[in-house]
Design a protein around this ligand. Structure first.
Ligand SMILES: Nc1nc2c(ncn2[C@@H]2O[C@H](COP(=O)(O)OP(=O)(O)OP(=O)(O)O)[C@@H](O)[C@H]2O)c(=O)[nH]1
Ligand SMILES: [Mg+2]
Length: 213
């Protein structure tokens, strides 16, 4: 009889495990920076936490809400067995939080992005349904200025027609220099393709074919 491994059979996609939840600049400083990391950045409510759950094939690993501003911390998820982290960041551009709270989130995001030497790439999540927003362009410029590779991700693609998706991909390709992948955390469109991009970008140096010391 053929040997089966049911728990691994649906796919060879990685598992995610919550490693750390960081609320303050001090906690960021104390966090281990010895692992390659890829950050998920995007406007509030774009679907970052839902995407973490879709990638993990779990419902409640990351907290999701229809209310913008749900994620208030920097959450590190270990990708197993690959050995890099996916980081769920608080969303930017949410006006209804108090000025002080928005300022401290922005500071947390900026510090994380600037002071994580092992940051390998930025997955920039953009709502497929809405026209290009200045805040997303600012984030793309920030990544370019810091020589951080960007993986463009068009979220909530289940809400868009094929024609709308193609138009958004074309428009964003000009800005990002790569064709963004269309995903849906509801239909799971593009999730396997995105895993391919994330794994290629997050692979520790030795696996990516670079010489290790
Ligand atoms: N139709 C559809 N809805 C989605 C998708 N992804 C997320 N949503 C919905 O969008 C809302 C926001 O999702 P979250 O994952 O919490 O968004 P977030 O970017 O983490 O938000 P913040 O933590 O506030 O920055 C929720 O109501 C989700 O159910 C998707 O692919 N398709
Ligand atoms: Mg969130």
């Amino acid at each position: 009889m053929a040997e089966t491994t049911p728990e691994k059979s649906p796919c060879a996609l990685p598992e995610l495990e919550l490693l750390a939840t960081l609320y303050t600049l001090g906690q960021l400083d104390a966090a281990a920076h010895d692992m390659p990391q890829i950050a998920l950045a995007g406007r509030s409510n774009v679907g970052k936490s839902s995407l973490i759950n879709a990638l993990a094939r779990r419902k409640k690993l990351a907290k999701v809400s229809s209310e913008p501003g749900k994620t208030r911390s920097v959450n590190l998820f270990l990708v197993k067995p690959d050995g890099f982290c996916l980081t769920d960041l608080p969303g930017y551009g949410y006006a209804r939080r108090g000025h002080e709270e928005r300022r401290s989130w922005a500071e947390l995001i900026r510090k994380y992005l600037e002071d994580t030497p092992t940051l390998k790439a930025l997955a920039l999540l953009i709502d497929c349904r809405i026209p290009m927003q200045e805040s997303d362009r600012v984030m793309a410029d920030f990544a370019r200025a810091h020589r951080l590779p960007v993986i463009g991700v068009l979220t909530k693609s289940d809400k868009c027609t094929l024609r709308e998706r193609a138009a958004q991909q074309k428009a964003w390709e000009k800005v990002l220099g790569m064709r963004p992948v269309c995903v849906s955390s509801v239909s799971k469109l593009g999730i396997a393709e995105l895993w391919g991009l994330l794994r290629a970008a997050g692979a520790p140096a030795s696996e990516a074919g670079e010489e290790s010391e």
